[in-house]
Ligand binder design. Structure first.
Ligand SMILES: Nc1ncnc2c1ncn2[C@@H]1O[C@H](COP(=O)(O)OP(=O)(O)OP(=O)(O)O)[C@@H](O)[C@H]1O
Length: 254
């Protein structure tokens, strides 16, 4: 994984890109992306390429622009400056077919039980694998006879993750999939996310719970105030800074 030379520990500024294999086209390309809400910048001149086959931790303190970036990549926010490509597409109907997006807010009707939600996703998405969703529901031990409103917060999140990860997408964008659930449930959710994950796909997981996702990410993007603070291979960053990503995050955001 280490593509950097054996240079001494270096400042964060050296790590400004997730490595893209030689000759490969990035799956996501973002160039000079700027997005403001009523004149207040949420993303400022962000440039970032992400290749297929990576699990990227999108990290940053509250308000650093993670959700805004994911919504733009998912095609839900279309007013921005700069260039964005998912595969060969500007975010829109064609790119949406490639992208499975787990928003940080509820997106399912509270009356739905697991099997009804699976039926709905089968109708909505041609790449949805209902058997895979049922396997995940089973893996998470979710009750089949309870609707979403009768489930705990952690159960609801597990159902949403089961649905999103059962799409056969090229890009998975997960916005805070483990926030608001207890530490044991976080581990279970993350192992569910990884189960059967296509190694050729790209996954971007936004979080500020760095220690929890650190074991599963191989690349990192740190945002601060809508700008790229650093980005790189997780092993390279740990080696160059001589600390875990969690410790690095605490140092950079102090
Ligand atoms: N719909 C909106 N209208 C106005 N301002 C917004 C809106 N959505 C986000 N913002 C602002 O944009 C900035 C970035 O917000 P965003 O939600 O992208 O950050 P985040 O890193 O996902 O934060 P968190 O970790 O708290 O979820 C913040 O200053 C926020 O207040």
């Amino acid at each position: 994984m280490n593509r950097h030379s054996s240079a001494p520990p270096s400042p964060a500024a050296r790590f400004t890109a997730v490595p893209v294999p030689d000759g490969a086209a990035p799956l996501i390309r973002v160039a000079h992306l700027t997005k403001a809400y009523r004149g207040r910048p949420a993303l400022a001149d962000l440039t970032l390429d992400l290749p297929a086959g990576r699990i990227v931790g999108l990290m940053g303190s509250n308000g650093s622009g993670k959700t805004t970036l994911l919504k733009i990549l998912a095609g839900l926010l279309s007013e921005y400056d700069g260039q964005v490509r998912v595969g060969e597409y500007v975010p829109g109907p064609q790119s949406k077919a490639l992208v499975a997006f787990l928003p940080d807010a509820d997106f399912l009707a509270p009356e739905l039980k697991a099997e009804q939600a699976i039926a709905m996703f089968s109708r909505l998405f041609s790449d949805f694998d209902a058997d895979r969703a049922r396997e995940l529901v089973e893996f998470f031990g979710l009750p089949k006879d309870r609707s979403l409103k009768e489930m705990s917060k952690g159960m609801g999140e597990k159902l949403r993750v089961s649905l999103i990860m059962a799409r056969r997408a090229s890009v998975y964008l997960l916005d805070e999939p483990i926030s608001g659930v207890d530490p044991a449930a976080r581990d279970v959710i993350l192992s569910g996310v990884l189960q059967g994950f296509d190694p050729e796909a790209l996954m971007v997981i936004s979080t500020h719970l760095i220690a929890d996702v650190e074991p599963i990410v191989d690349s990192v993007v740190f945002l601060k105030d809508g700008r790229l603070l650093l980005a790189g291979d997780a092993d390279d960053l740990r080696e160059a800074h001589g600390m875990s990503l969690d410790a690095l995050f605490r140092k950079e955001y102090r």
